[in-house]
Design a protein. Structure first.
Length: 323
């Protein structure tokens, strides 16, 4: 099993005038939502390229065949003019095309920004394990969250263009388990992490601060997901857990009970309330960035501080990614 190393490569920050690509490793993009998202990116003075199969349909839930989606992502990544690759939306399908990418070629292309969330969790793990690259668990251009909440897009814009200004992330709720921990931010969607168990890329590096979020899973299903992560030995690898949004997953008190039952026994800090995932506010989480967590059971007292700038600002063409 391939695991991300303790230190990852941070890609260069963006600058006005940069070219970015939008691809769809999972589900097809809605045309109107995609148009609105492209308008936001262009308002940031970015040149936007939409890859050929972003709006295609295959099997009713995929943006083209596995080969087409993989080719779109790889072509965008290998283009020396493209400084960032944004995933249009989630849905399902990223796992189907992970092993169709030529990771050696992508490593040789050098580091650049890779951004997405939800189903894209499967690719975040692969980028970390195979390219040693820090990535962004971020809102996606062909989703309502990308244009529907100013705090969401302002945070992403700041992180992309002025990463040194993003020094911490909020975790305002009472911690399930108090304590302190330090490690690399990792994780994403809980069900995708569970689905990655047993694959070639471990989604939970040793000693990480594991971010978990979910949507549309009832408490019993959330229990099953966390139990799978426990039985696979993945949760035990984390130094701490940071809980994001659990959107449309049932009554909050039931969700809290399941999370406490499954996570408290790890005897590691478990912080709560990070506004990331599928909620109304979707802050960007810089995966692969070292951070320090102070989880407190006093409301508003928890802190998640970043120990390194999420993106590089000191050079534009660092050495290629390590494969």
């Amino acid at each position: 099993m391939t695991s991300a190393p303790a230190v990852t490569t941070a890609p260069p920050a963006l600058r006005p005038g940069d070219t970015v690509a939008v691809t769809a490793p999972a589900g097809p993009a809605d045309s109107m939502l995609l148009y609105d998202g492209m308008s936001v990116l262009r308002s940031w003075d970015l040149r936007v390229r939409v890859m050929p199969h972003v709006e295609d349909g295959y099997l009713g839930h995929l943006a083209g065949t596995d080969q087409q989606r993989a080719q779109d992502l790889q072509t965008a990544w290998l283009d020396p003019q493209v400084r960032a690759v944004f995933c249009a939306r989630g849905g399902y399908g990223s796992q189907r095309m992970v092993d169709l990418l030529d990771w050696d070629l992508m490593a040789a292309a050098g580091p650049k920004v890779f951004a997405g969330s939800s189903d894209i969790t499967a690719l975040h793990g692969a980028f970390a394990a195979r390219l040693n690259l820090a990535t962004l668990h971020a809102p996606m251009p062909a989703t309502q969250a990308f244009t529907g909440n100013a705090r969401t897009t302002d945070h992403l814009h700041t992180l992309l263009f002025h990463p040194d200004r993003v020094r911490s992330l909020p975790v305002p709720l009472r911690a399930l388990v108090a304590g302190r921990a330090q490690g690399m931010l990792a994780g994403g969607n809980a069900s995708l992490l569970a689905a990655s168990a047993g694959t070639g890329d471990t989604p939970v590096p040793d000693g990480c601060l594991l971010v978990l979020e979910e949507t549309g899973e009832e408490p019993y299903a959330l229990d099953r997901i966390l139990t799978q992560l426990l039985r696979a030995g993945l949760l035990q690898r984390a130094a701490a857990v940071v809980l994001g949004d659990f959107t449309d997953c049932g009554p909050p008190e039931e969700i809290h009970s399941v999370l406490t039952d499954r996570l408290a026994g790890l005897n590691i800090p478990v912080a709560a309330g990070l506004p990331a995932g599928h909620g109304p506010v979707q802050l960007t989480v810089p995966l692969g960035t070292p951070a320090r967590l102070e989880a407190s059971t006093a409301p508003g007292a928890s802190r998640l501080a970043l120990l390194r700038s999420p993106l590089r600002t000191d050079e534009r063409n660092p050495s290629p990614c390590a494969s």
